[in-house]
Design a protein around this ligand. Structure first.
Ligand code: ATP
Ligand code: MG
Ligand code: MG
Length: 554
């Protein structure tokens, strides 16, 4: 009993502990390939693996699954470590690379050959595909399947020594070309890759082990008890077990599959995210529109909100295409109690209070949080010239629900006075450029005499306002399942051209000048915002993390 919501994996672990399997020990691992940044789908796996280790007082290894050197690099290794830490998990001294085991894996491959369970095959990739057969037709044995153990040992050693070109030979497991499971039709174990510098092993190797062979043996070497992976590996489990059984490996971890996280209106495939970055559809891996942890961090998502999300979606075997609103609610709930309130005018409209003395500046005080006094107060300068949001003014109210400012009407300025609009100033094109207003000096933190003023709007003092750029984000795709290639088109066809709206002339209350990158706030009536590290425009930049309410629920 761990207090966490139960799931079928925890039930299996409970049963294994009860039966004394693995001596009651629990050891998991999170095995990313360093060929991209982590995304929200990976967060599910991280929370599951590290969460189980925490709750069962076990261990969780961070293992880089680095057998594809041409797609991998150290930047990705470092980014992954940073993101796992940021999410709140620590692998301690349990950091491993599959490449740490290359020598041992090689020895295991030699052992398979000696058992006549692996052979060197000279078929070309095209021929190999042809020989594999189809789902409805059995495959054919490779003509090289009957090579002697001696010849295979010699050829494999020469593969390692670099005597053959890429693709000229592969080492294959000798299983069953007629198996109904395609993964068992003599899968490749080693391939030749010349001329790539591996980020960990450099030029030491020109042959690299395949995922299926590497993964089960890495798990066994590390003493993993429960190897948790996504459902597409269910059909690989017989192979996982075959390698360990055939090699008579003492420790045999149990592979358990769960469904991948899919999130509506975005994609959780590293290959596709890589394409978005490489083709410049986004600014980079940490673009705040990306479902990567780096992008979400920059957008203002908190680690706690992502962990909470992973708890809420749970772990099952059924496909889950989760609505974005579930994720957004998690960050709202996390930020609401702790985000300091601020005022920011996104579409500024100048207001001049004609009855307010020209040289006067009052310092008003405003609570940092309406429900939490312990968060203290801040100073707000109040002057004759202010900015309000253009969207908070209309010359004539369109209906009775319109509680903002109209010509001749009154509205309360949040944390300040009630004002009335007396006159609208327009430019030559008829665009409203300024409002002439008057304020009621008797309305500071009290209701006006004899009338009800319902609307409350935000504002900033014009001479004190901090100019800023504000970036508003919408869905990255305009389709709930952009990744499903069912129409044959490219998923980038479904990119939302309006996923980013940059407002370059916003005005913030003065204390926001000091906001450090990553600091988050609620801009009242506008949403939760986070200070961006980008300083390139000489203006502070804020990203909208999420609106205050679910604006997609229409
Ligand atoms: P991708 O298809 O995005 O490249 P991957 O599985 O190839 O994903 P890895 O770096 O190998 O990427 O993933 C590391 C771990 O994270 C694996 O155990 C994998 O099963 C898990 N994982 C990856 N994507 C998801 C997802 N969408 N939901 C849950 N777990 C995931
Ligand atoms: Mg993988
Ligand atoms: Mg992948």
């Amino acid at each position: 009993e761990t207090g966490k919501p139960n799931n079928f994996i925890r039930n299996i672990i409970d049963a294994d502990i009860a039966s004394g399997k693995h001596g009651g020990r629990v050891a998991t691992r999170f095995p990313p390939e360093p060929n991209g940044y982590l995304h929200i789908g990976h967060a599910k796996s991280i929370c599951l693996n590290f969460g189980i280790a925490e709750d069962y007082k076990g261990t969780c290894n961070l293992r880089f699954d680095d057998t594809n050197p041409h797609k991998e690099n150290v930047e990705f290794v470092e980014a992954i470590k940073k993101d796992v830490h940021w999410l709140g998990y620590d692998w301690g001294d349990r950091l491993f690379y599959a490449s740490d085991y290359f020598e041992r894996l090689y020895a295991y491959a030699v052992e398979l050959i000696k058992k006549d369970k692996a052979y060197v095959c000279d078929l070309s990739p095209e021929q190999t595909r042809e020989y594999r057969g189809t789902l409805t037709e059995p495959g054919k044995d490779s003509p090289f399947r009957t090579r002697s153990v001696e010849e295979n040992l010699d050829l494999f050693a020469r593969m390692r020594a670099g005597e053959f070109r890429d693709g000229e030979k592969i080492l294959r497991a000798k299983i069953d070309m007629a198996s109904s499971n395609m993964n068992l039709r003599d899968p490749a174990i080693y391939r030749i890759r010349h001329g790539v510098l591996h980020h960990q092993t450099g030029e030491a190797w020109c042959i690299y082990p395949m995922y299926d062979f590497t993964h089960c043996l890495s798990d066994a070497i590390e003493g993993i008890t429960h190897s948790l992976c996504t459902l597409e590996f269910e059909d690989h489990r017989p192979l996982y077990d075959w390698f360990l059984d055939t090699l008579d490996v003492e420790h045999h971890p149990r592979q358990i599959e769960f469904s991948r996280l899919e999130l509506e209106y975005t994609i959780t495939s590293k290959r596709k995210l890589t394409q978005l970055v490489d083709e410049g559809h986004v600014e980079g891996w940490d673009d705040p529109r990306m479902p990567t942890l780096a992008g979400m961090r920059r957008r203002g998502y908190t680690p706690a909100s992502i962990r909470d999300f992973c708890d809420r979606i749970g772990v099952t075997k059924s496909t889950n295409n989760v609505e974005m609103s579930v994720l957004e609610n998690c960050v709202r709930e996390d930020l609401n109690p702790c985000a300091p309130r601020r005022m920011a005018v996104l579409h500024p409209l100048k207001v001049v209070l004609e009855n307010y003395p020209e040289a006067q500046c009052e310092t008003l005080q405003a609570a940092n949080h309406p429900q939490d006094e312990s968060m203290g107060v801040r100073d707000l300068p109040f002057t004759r010239e202010l900015y309000i949001d253009h969207e908070d003014f209309l010359e004539v109210a369109p209906n009775k629900k319109f509680k903002r400012l109209v010509t001749g009407g009154e509205v309360r300025l949040r944390n300040a006075y009630v004002i009335r609009c007396d006159e609208v100033i327009k430019d030559g094109d008829g665009e409203i450029i300024e409002l002439r207003c008057s304020y009621d000096p008797d309305t500071l933190s009290k209701n006006p005499e004899g009338r009800k003023v319902k609307g409350v709007i935000h504002w900033v003092s014009a001479p004190h306002a901090v100019a800023a750029e504000i970036r508003l984000y919408d869905r990255l795709f305009n389709q709930p399942n952009p990744g499903s290639d069912r129409e044959g088109g490219d998923f980038t066809d479904h990119l939302n051209p309006e996923s980013l709206l940059t407002l370059t002339r916003c005005y913030l209350e003065p204390n926001l000048k000091q906001a450090v990158p990553g600091a988050f706030f609620q801009f009242e009536r506008e949403g939760y915002f986070c200070a961006d590290p980008d300083q390139s425009h000489g203006l502070p930049v804020f990203n909208r993390t999420v609106t205050l309410r679910d604006s997609w629920a229409k």
